[in-house]
Design a protein around this ligand. Structure first.
Ligand code: ADP
Length: 313
């Protein structure tokens, strides 16, 4: 078995003059959840469409479980389940009928098909609602049927394109938990999102995409270290904040202490090591700390540092 579930090499795809994906490379290791994180228009869907065989690349290639998506597309497709952004279901049929239809397309039949449909309905929490027409489902329920359809043929890799956009919080929670459960069972996952929290919660590694390029790739902590971002601790003190800032500047691990709007803002690489020292020094000097707020750097700060723009539109 190949080490990488997906390998993307120098992949380029343009729509006329718009270069949606410009020579990107990354790999999804076997057994990991890998996220493409980027704002709308970054090129995530285009990348996913090429990897899943829906679009031909202009140049470059992708391999899924070792199979080239351009030269061995059938073999590649058998290894992956794809959850596209657009829900593709028959509204007049029930969830179960939709899944049976999909299962037949994948070549499943008889007992095996019925068993897989049952398993997948249960997995996405729709066993009780399986006989209702899809037209009566919420957006989140439809998305869950789509996920079930993508997994019927027991693929080794699943690719999900922003599966939580525009759905209710309950379905969102369900989908995130299910991605984690799938991964625990050994599934390799390529996930795209523009929500920083989802990428942080789910991923072993993350590629940050912007304007058709992968601008950084690594674990969450590697990405944060890459831009040298520090935690910020805001403290309200009794007495003169300037005096507190002056004293805290000399505390080990503090790289900056300034007064902002009456509070002391301390920058530190390791907030959890530094905060107790700030308290200790405050006690020695006889002033009290009334409130403490720690803001750890996150992927939003990383995106801002790399592009000068916020991740959210
Ligand atoms: P994302 O999934 O990150 O939002 P997309 O891959 O959908 O990004 O879009 C990348 C770029 O390609 C955007 O500039 C978008 O406007 C453009 N684009 C996407 N699909 C098409 C298309 N079918 N025709 C023309 N341009 C497109």
């Amino acid at each position: 078995m190949p080490d990488n579930a997906i390998e993307v090499r120098d992949l380029t795809k343009a729509y006329r003059e718009v270069v949606a994906v410009g020579s990107i490379s990354f790999e999804v290791r076997r057994g990991e959840v890998f996220s493409l994180l980027g704002p709308n228009g970054a090129g995530k869907s285009t990348a996913i469409s090429v990897i899943s065989g829906l679009l031909q690349p202009d140049s470059g290639d992708a391999r899924v479980m070792g199979h080239s998506v351009t030269k061995e597309s059938m073999a590649a497709r058998r290894c992956m389940g794809v959850v596209p952004q657009e829900v593709a279901l028959y509204n007049d049929m029930s969830a179960r009928e939709n899944l049976v239809f999909w299962g037949r397309m994948y070549g499943l039949s008889g007992r095996n098909l019925e068993r897989r449909v049952d398993e997948m309905l249960k997995a996405v929490g729709l066993t009780d609602r399986q006989k209702g027409r899809v037209a009566t489902y919420s957006g989140g329920m439809k998305r869950r049927v789509n996920i079930a359809a993508a997994l019927l043929h027991t693929p080794q890799v699943v690719i999900m394109d922003e599966p939580t956009v525009g759905i209710d919080p309950q379905s969102r929670r369900h989908i995130l938990d299910y991605v984690k459960e799938l991964n625990r069972q050994g599934m390799s996952v390529l996930y795209t999102t523009h929500y920083m929290e989802e990428a942080e919660e789910l991923s072993n590694r993350i590629a940050i995409m912007d304007k058709g390029k992968v601008i950084a790739c690594g674990t969450r902590d590697e990405l944060v270290r890459l831009v040298g971002e520090q935690a910020r601790v805001d403290l309200a003190v009794t007495g003169e904040p300037e005096e507190a800032a002056e004293a805290w500047r000399k505390v080990a691990g503090v790289s900056r202490a300034t007064v902002e709007q009456g509070r002391v803002a301390v920058l530190a690489g390791d907030s959890n090591a530094v905060v107790p020292r700030l308290f200790e020094r405050a006690a020695q000097l006889g002033f009290r700390i009334g409130s403490v707020e720690i803001r750890e750097p996150n992927l939003e700060t990383v995106f801002l540092a790399l592009t000068g723009r916020a991740l959210r539109d």
